[in-house]
Design a binder for this molecule. Structure first.
Ligand code: GLU
Length: 296
């Protein structure tokens, strides 16, 4: 089992490496220089998280590391890139922190709420759907993007054409995610046919190996894998949910949430959101519709 897991990790790494040198590959994505001008003398009155970060002298930001185009860590350089990463960088710059004062910390889907509750991260930017259940535990700024659940299959697959064609098929997704919950709650395939891993890249490895028939999560994530696997996989393209992405913050820190909403609104108004989008997600063909900030 451990060897298999290691093999899967190595395989994922090898696939990621294959994607490295190409034009427009995840490692080369990013917003134009100068977009993240660091704000001076920033105050966020009443934010315990901001005070803690100021004292520490750095921000700890939770992200994903295996989602090309969104949150991706280059296995050779250890550099993070993607739309979520650039949103995280924009926020940190507007909070007055130099780029080198961000510590990215990889946190998988199932561990996000607890990481924020424990104070292990100051905020979290990683395809994190805002919903009522999660709002009982954490706060959300945003949304800064709206995705939708979709399916990733092998290029030559013809029998999976949407959510209602999954019965009898093996479907893989991440533990603690909204997509895996929807597959279960809506009985889209039999419980025994649902496979879960900590991250979606493990599911993609299983799909390439022919051990599962489909990977399900947000279209934006799946498009990144399809692009990275060069013609081996395709996204079905019929979304069946709305996944508004929020920046997770500690639940009680309303001051930080409000400040982040101000930063996001300004970036939507002044064109910097668009530039971040064009430099990252826009390259794999996700919709560029601007989100509407929801101040609750
Ligand atoms: N947006 C969905 C969620 O928050 C799926 C992607 C993810 O697991 O990060 O659960």
């Amino acid at each position: 089992m451990r060897v298999r897991t290691l093999a899967a990790v190595l395989l994922t790494g090898a696939l990621a490496l294959t994607a490295c040198g190409k034009e427009g590959s995840p490692t080369e994505q990013g917003a134009p220089a100068g977009l993240f001008e660091v704000a001076k003398d920033v105050k966020v009155d009443g934010s315990p998280t901001f005070e803690k970060a100021k004292t520490r002298g750095s921000l700890v930001v939770g992200v994903k590391e295996d989602q090309p185009g969104l949150g991706y860590k280059d296995p050779t350089t250890n550099k993070y890139s993607g739309f979520d990463i650039d949103i995280a960088r924009l926020i940190s710059a507007k909070l007055g922190f130099d780029p080198e004062k961000i510590q990215f910390k990889t946190i998988q889907s199932a561990a996000r709420e607890q990481a924020l509750i424990n104070g292990d991260v100051d905020y979290y930017v990683g395809t994190y759907t805002i919903n009522a259940g999660r709002k009982e535990k954490v706060g959300f700024a945003g949304p800064y993007f709206v995705a939708g659940q979709d399916l990733l299959v092998k290029k030559d697959n013809t029998d999976i054409t949407g959510k209602d064609t999954l019965k009898g098929k093996k479907v893989c997704s991440a533990t603690g995610s909204t997509p895996v919950k929807r597959i279960r709650d809506e009985n889209l395939t039999e419980p025994g046919n649902i496979l879960e891993f900590q991250g979606y890249s493990q599911c993609v490895t299983k799909l390439l190996d022919g051990e599962v028939d489909a990977v399900t999560t947000d279209d934006a994530i799946l498009k990144g894998y399809a692009a990275a696997e060069e013609g081996k996989l395709k996204v079905v393209g019929k979304t069946f949910s709305s996944e508004p992405y929020g920046i997770g913050v500690p639940k009680e820190d309303t001051a930080l949430r409000t400040k982040m909403n101000d930063i996001l609104q300004a970036s939507l108004d002044d064109g910097s959101w668009q530039k971040i989008y064009d430099g990252t997600l826009g390259k794999s063909g996700s919709s560029a519709e601007k989100p509407k900030i929801d101040r609750y």
